[in-house]
Design a binder for this molecule. Sequence first.
Ligand SMILES: NC(=O)c1ccc[n+]([C@@H]2O[C@H](COP(=O)([O-])OP(=O)(O)OC[C@H]3O[C@@H](n4cnc5c(N)ncnc54)[C@H](O)[C@@H]3O)[C@@H](O)[C@H]2O)c1
Length: 331
Amino acid sequence: MRLLVCGGAGFIGSNFVRIRVREFGDEVTVLDKLTYAGRRENLHDVAGEIRFVAGAIEDPIAVADAVTGCEAIVNFAAETHVDRSIAGPEAFLITNMQGTHVLLEAARERSLRYLQVSTDEVYGSIEEGSFTETSPLAPSSPYSATKTGADLLVSSYFHTYGLETVICRGSNSYGPYQYPEKLIPLMILNAFAGDRLPVYGDGRNVRNWLFVEDFGRGIGHVLAHGVPGEVYNCGGPDECENLTVVKRILELTGALESLIEYVTDRLGHDRRYSLSSQKLRALGWEAQVRFEAGLERTVNWYRDNERWWQPIRSGAYRDYYERHYSRALKG
Ligand SMILES: NC(=O)c1ccc[n+]([C@@H]2O[C@H](COP(=O)([O-])OP(=O)(O)OC[C@H]3O[C@@H](n4cnc5c(N)ncnc54)[C@H](O)[C@@H]3O)[C@@H](O)[C@H]2O)c1
């Protein structure tokens, strides 16, 4: 298949591109704005086999160039970090909503299949049980609100224009190439360095962890087999409290538990996310990687790939980290 993968230089997008090129022989064009989270290094091993266009999804000219010759659009491009959305929501509105609109128009003009990559955060927090695709949408951060808005816009293009759209909502993902502002890589790299490990609130927030390759294959499965107009949840096989995740990382890295530092909780922090993936399983997808094994693989990948993360740790990310978490620690 000839695919336009937007946001393909980010964490999940680059893992997806690797799977599609290596295992499915797809012809891939990546369109990516290369924000702080997007890096061409994430695609180093498939760079010779794909077309790369540097540009923004909210720019119709860049999109028109990139989409030429493609049969389907898969949209990963987004501002994705909840803490950043609390500090400055504007970029989230522009990329997550306006950008999605530009891509939908490009798909409509050319009658392309369109897959929107979305998140369990659109459902909000759940104390017990799991969200299904028909659960009410109740986002709580500017990040999840803009992702929800984008999902609704995607659905409207199916209902109004008959565009072949599908939406795949994943749970919290982890694995190689994840930018180290997110919980798991942040804790791994801090543990390697002997830095403190900032844990929000009481650390009892529960996340439904999904190994990135399982998510990538789930998205590919929805692209190939999903029914137009439908939404498919893609949840991980295990749920785990943040504090348990952090303690397991300490064990895997051999770092001391005294590095854990409890910091003031994130504003509006959702307590628990949980997805039912029954609908996607009925379509033939199954998560393959249990959390325990996936976490060990992830720690090993970061241990073996210092060259990938060292420039990030020593650059602008460091300033962001210091500003954000120093403030949280003082709060
Ligand atoms: N990380 C998770 O746990 C998770 C879980 C479920 C769903 N998702 C969704 O999956 C998608 C990818 O998430 P991720 O964790 O890989 O994100 P990421 O932040 O690692 O990557 C985002 C990518 O999008 C690019 N980008 C940002 N703004 C852009 C724009 N305006 N135009 C073009 N490119 C732009 C960035 O440069 C980067 O390459 C997002 O839509 C996110 O909402 C993420």
